[in-house]
Structures are given as C-alpha cells and as structure tokens.
Design a protein around this ligand. Structure first.
Ligand code: NAD
Length: 260
C-alpha cells in the first residue's frame, strides 16, 4: 500500500522527463495514485503523451493556464472523467527570457504581467476550479524557489512572481481550509530543466547552491517528487499554508548564490 493509494490527482506542468512535475508523477504513481496530466500546445503533446502513458494516465488534455476558456474546458473534462479530485500539483511558470538576463530595474509592464499571470495567478485559477471537485482531505501543492524571499541574481521578475505565489498559497490555505482542503508550496533547490535554462548564469547558481547547502550538493527531481507525494498524502494532514524547502538545507545556511 502506497501513501496515495486510491487517490486521484492532476499533475500540471510536465514538459519532458527532466521536469520537476515528472519527478512528482513518478513518486505519485509509485505511491499508488491515479494521475491526470496536461500539456501546453501540440508541440508539448508529443513529449508529454508518451510519459503520461508510461505513468498509466487515462487523462491527458491540453491546457494553457493563461486562457480562461481552456481552463474551464479542462476542468469540465476532469469532472466528466473522474467526477472528483483528491489532489492537484501546480508546477508551472514562465517569464520572458530577456527579463531573466537583463537588469531587474528594466522590467517591462508586459513582462511583469505575463510572468505574474502564468506563474502566480494561474495557481489561484487552477485551485478555484480544482477545489470544486474536492472533498475534505483534498490537497494542493505548487512549486516555488528561494528567489521569492531573497534577491537571487538574474531571477528577477520570477522572484516577484514566486513571492506572489507563496502569498497566494497562504491565502488559498486560509480560504480553502474551511472546506478541509490543504494548500502548500514546495521550495525546491535549483534543478536543470527547460524552465531553469532561461535563467541567466544558471550553472553558477547551481554550483553556489551546492556549495552553500548543508548536504554539500543539489537536490534531485526524485527528492522533490517524494516530498510532494508526502505533502499530498494524508501523512501530511496537519500541514497547510506552508512553504516546505527541499534544497539540501541551503536556505538555512550562510551561503548565498550571489556571493563568490
Ligand atoms: P519545466 O520547463 O519542465 O516546467 C515548466 C512547465 O510550465 C512546463 O511544463 C510548461 O509547459 C509549463 N507552462 C509554461 N507556461 C504555461 C502555460 N501558459 N500554460 C500551461 N503550462 C505552462 O521546468 P521546471 O523547472 O520543472 O518548472 C516547474 C516549476 O518548478 C516551476 O514553477 C518552476 O519555477 C519551479 N521551480 C523550478 C526550479 C528549478 O531549478 N528547475 C527550482 C524551484 C522551483
């Protein structure tokens, strides 16, 4: 018996087998969950569908979180397919690459709005639709990063989006807690993924994070997946509104990715 046996949930944000969401999917599958996936556009479908099928998924549908019509259609299909939901994982972020390489003070209104919409508001938009399908015991997790609470070089507007995401996690936890639904964020250490490759000098960030961590290394996609499965499970029934770090202890040390 796994800790998610009998539970049905959505894992939003698999792009390829390097995605953090794929680490989460593997852990959830191993722990007995039935999983549904989204993909962003036809290009992504080619990569995501084989992975989703490998995870035994019966639900694989398109979803662009910046489009309300797609959001409504996606969650209507979830309702038709399962009629209910036990959990949802939001592992989605996007910012214009230029905004993650140039000076933060030069951030444009358009880049700010798009990054905040896709990377922070989308969690609220998904949560409000998922919550309607959940009963007490339901659980949601989103993915954050230390740049929410510290100024990390080049993380720029994404740090502002993650700050909004972490605040949204607390407000969602407060609001949905009255329905018995738990909402948490997981703050992962740096992992080489498609989204991460947009951040300027990401290799340097990984080196500094490994050197400054308690364990002297970076974390893996599987370690983030395992911790997410725990937060989604009834084993974490007393945890809500939390930002749970899975960063090999980097955030409690004196090391800083901005300091040589
Ligand atoms: P990834 O590129 O594998 O995943 C990002 C996902 O966001 C992709 O599946 C992409 O299709 C999706 N996405 C982007 N815009 C979308 C939209 N409009 N609609 C629907 N989906 C959209 O990269 P990842 O690193 O696995 O990122 C997953 C999450 O983890 C993100 O929130 C990221 O900020 C966070 N995170 C990543 C790291 C890291 O170092 N990789 C560290 C901490 C937190």
């Amino acid at each position: 018996m796994g800790i998610l046996t009998g539970k049905k949930g959505l894992i939003l944000g698999v792009a390829n087998d390097k995605s953090i969401a794929w680490g989460v999917a593997q852990a959830c599958k191993r722990e007995g969950a039935e999983i549904g996936f989204n993909y962003l556009g036809d290009m992504m479908e080619k990569r995501v569908r084989p992975l989703a099928e490998e995870a035994g998924a019966t639900f694989i549908e398109p979803l662009d979180v910046s489009d309300d019509a797609q959001m409504d259609a996606f969650f209507a299909k979830v309702e038709q397919h399962w009629g209910m939901l036990d959990f949802m994982v939001h592992s989605i972020a996007f910012a214009n690459k230029d905004a993650l390489r140039s000076r933060f003070s030069e951030t444009t209104r358009a880049d700010f709005q798009f990054a905040l919409d896709v990377s922070a508001y989308s969690f609220i938009a998904c949560a409000q639709r998922a919550a309607r399908l959940m009963s007490p015991g339901g659980s949601m997790v989103t993915m954050s990063y230390l740049g929410a609470v510290r100024a990390v070089p080049n993380y720029n507007v994404m740090g502002v989006a993650k700050a909004a995401l972490e605040a949204s996690t607390r407000y969602l936890a407060q609001d949905l807690g009255r329905d018995g639904i738990r909402v948490n964020a997981l703050s992962a250490g740096p992992i080489r993924t498609l989204a991460a490759s947009a951040v300027g000098d990401f290799c340097k960030l990984m080196d500094k994070s490994a050197r400054g961590s308690m364990l002297g290394r970076n974390v893996s996609q599987d370690e983030v997946g395992n911790a997410t499965a725990f937060l989604l499970s009834d084993m974490a029934s007393g945890i809500s509104g939390e930002v749970h770090y899975v960063d090999a202890g980097f955030h409690v040390g004196a090391g800083d990715p901005g300091v040589e």
